[in-house]
Design a protein around this ligand. Structure first.
Ligand code: FES
Length: 66
């Protein structure tokens, strides 16, 4: 699904940026060497960023506390 039409970033590109360390829409754009044009995609991009971060967190191994 296309997230940012202006910069042609789809959901996969946003998730890839998060896996590489991006933590907000601005850093996702920076990861791909661009910046916002109209900015209409910011809310949707923030949602994908949050979703990917949550997915990464849920994949962390559980460590028993002593
Ligand atoms: S849709 Fe992303 S900057 Fe316009």
């Amino acid at each position: 699904m296309m997230i940012c039409i202006c910069r042609r970033l789809n959901e996969t590109a946003v998730r890839e940026a998060v896996r590489a360390g991006a933590n907000c829409p601005d850093t996702v754009q920076a990861h791909h060497g661009c910046q916002f044009n109209c900015g209409k995609c910011k809310p949707a991009m923030a949602e994908v960023v949050a979703c990917e971060q949550q997915r990464q967190t849920s994949e962390l191994p559980l460590v028993a506390a002593e």
